[in-house]
Design a protein around this ligand. Structure first.
Ligand SMILES: NC(=O)c1ccc[n+]([C@@H]2O[C@H](COP(=O)([O-])OP(=O)(O)OC[C@H]3O[C@@H](n4cnc5c(N)ncnc54)[C@H](O)[C@@H]3O)[C@@H](O)[C@H]2O)c1
Ligand SMILES: C[N+](C)(C)CCCC=O
Length: 489
């Protein structure tokens, strides 16, 4: 495979605390691997307790003054950061590609740009975050919207820049400080987000980055100096973090995994439905939480859908992720590739029909071709468990009620989609699907103006839009008596 020249990805140091890079070699070494080649491109160290202490202390020290800063000034800093992030989009996108292996064609439009959208949106609404006046006759009450304090953010590896910004932007807009731990698999981009925030005028200490794996995440979650934990990760990690946070009654946001359904009715536009299923299964090499990996296709359309999908999958350009012509990259790690390969084997053992793909490419790095399976049934492992890789399952259904019941028969509830030309059916079906983020004749759109999150095991809380404000602030109620106090004795 031809290789585009890569810039030096090594960060100045592992952590970013109180406005500066910080190193502590005593922490466990973490190699950062470029997924396209398997080469080590940087090394960072996991945070020691001393680093964690420094991060919390600086966050605590900075937060009170930030909360007292006029909200319009807080907003201005975020808006400036959005502008810098946009100006550096190419540089950030290349780094994101090196961190994750995702094609540059994708990272240029879906990662730093999405982060910038969040900074811009929350920067814009910061000044409008107010309490309310509640008339009670002669008396009255009012509410004050207050920050939570110090929020911990813990990220997954598939969208490092986006995840950091989706958490930091509403947290900072509301007057909080954040200690953020990126995934140990992709530690690079978040450090750049921290640099940009400082350059935009954010006071030191308000956004600190510490590196590490589960042990560091666990230490952040249980730290008494943390008021909230916002996790983006898998359901098993979510269970641990949620229960650990409950010990000290911390606020939580849980953005977790899914096994989302996409219902394609006979009357759907075939090309749009196939296009939606490609976006909902193969973007980011299938490593997206919201993916509609259970594609229920109505009986009359199934054969044509499978045929057309297989044709379009052969057009995937698999290759050097830094070449902008590439539209399908490697998986993020050897571990993730092994997980997906295990699921591919189970799928065939359980009787699913592999139509195309699922082959390992004979080259360094973590390459698997996108896979299409037909004849999948609800009881198969591939239809029940999140694979988090480029594996699309086609399941056949007869009528609307059956399709909805089968789509809902999962512990997850992150996303769902419907493809149909019948507008009444589209809204009726979406109304009955148990999922937090839904799509009609589309898939995987996530504009910052739209709340994002899951129900059931897929999560608690919402990111983006005004809904996120509820999860990074709390309301203080104040009753005001205008007359005398009448007491019983
Ligand atoms: N709903 C969403 O918005 C969303 C977005 C992206 C990814 N995801 C989900 O994330 C998963 C893939 O990402 P992953 O493999 O990085 O997930 P993961 O659960 O393995 O790790 C997520 C993060 O949690 C940390 N962590 C692990 N154990 C911890 C513990 N005990 N305490 C605190 N932190 C801990 C990890 O170091 C990492 O930073 C998938 O399930 C995917 O669906 C969800
Ligand atoms: C913006 N997307 C593509 C919906 C991704 C959100 C993060 C989930 O993995």
């Amino acid at each position: 495979m031809r290789q585009t020249n890569r810039p030096d990805a090594r960060p100045r140091a592992s952590h970013f605390i109180d406005g500066v890079y910080v190193e502590d070699d005593a922490g466990e070494t973490i190699d950062v691997i470029y997924p396209a080649t398997g080469e080590v491109i940087a090394t960072v160290h996991a945070a020691t307790q001393a680093v964690i202490d420094r991060a919390f202390e600086s966050a605590r020290a900075a937060q009170a003054a930030w909360a007292a800063t006029p909200p319009r000034e807080r907003g201005r800093v975020l808006t400036r950061a959005a502008q810098i992030l946009r100006e550096r989009n190419r540089e950030m996108s290349i780094l994101e590609t090196m961190d994750t292996g995702k094609p540059l064609q994708e990272t240029l439009v879906a990662d730093a740009t999405s982060g910038a959208d969040a900074l811009e949106y929350f920067g814009g609404i910061a000044a409008g975050l107010t309490g309310e006046h509640i008339p009670l006759g002669e008396d009255w009450a009012y509410t004050i919207r207050e920050p939570l304090g110090v929020c911990v953010g813990i990220g997954a590896w598939n969208y490092p820049t986006q995840i950091a910004c989706w958490k930091a932007a509403p947290a900072l807009a509301c007057g909080n400080a954040m200690v953020f731990k990126p995934s140990e698999t992709t530690p690079l981009c978040t450090l750049k987000v921290a640099e940009i925030l400082i350059e935009a005028g954010l006071p030191a200490g308000l956004f600190n980055v510490v590196q590490g794996a589960g042990a560091v995440g666990g230490a952040l979650t249980t730290d008494p100096r943390a008021d909230k934990v916002s996790l983006t990760g898998s359901v098993p990690t979510g269970r641990k973090v949620y229960s650990a946070a409950a010990e000290s009654m911390k606020h939580v946001t849980m953005e977790l995994g899914g096994k989302s359904p996409m219902l394609v009715f006979d009357d759907a536009d075939l090309e749009d439905a196939v296009g939606g299923a490609i976006l909902g299964n193969f973007y980011s090499s299938g490593q997206i939480c919201t993916n509609g990996t259970r594609v229920f296709v109505q009986k009359g359309l199934r054969a044509r859908f499978v045929e057309r999908m297989a044709e379009r999958m052969r057009d995937a350009v698999i290759g050097d992720p830094l070449d902008e012509a590439t539209n399908f990259g490697p998986l993020v790690s050897a571990r993730q590739m092994e997980i997906v390969e295990r699921y591919l084997k189970i799928a065939e053992d359980e009787g699913a029909r592999r139509v195309v793909g699922g082959e390992r490419l004979d080259r360094p790095g973590y390459w698997l071709t996108p896979a299409l399976f037909d004849g999948v049934t609800d009881d198969m492992t591939m239809a029940r468990e999140e694979i988090f890789g480029p594996v699309l399952s086609v399941l056949e259904f007869d009528d609307e009620d059956e399709g909805i019941a089968r789509a809902n028969a999962t512990e997850f509830g992150l996303s769902a989609g419907v493809f149909t030309r019948d507008i009444g059916r589209a809204h009726r079906v979406i109304g009955r699907l148990r999922a937090g983020t839904c799509f009609i004749n589309s898939y995987n759109d996530a504009p910052v103006e739209m709340p994002f999150g899951g129900v059931k095991m897929s999560g608690i809380g919402r990111e983006n839009a005004k809904a996120a404000i509820e999860h990074y602030s709390q309301v203080k109620s104040v009753y005001v008596r205008m007359g005398r106090v009448e007491a019983p004795f």
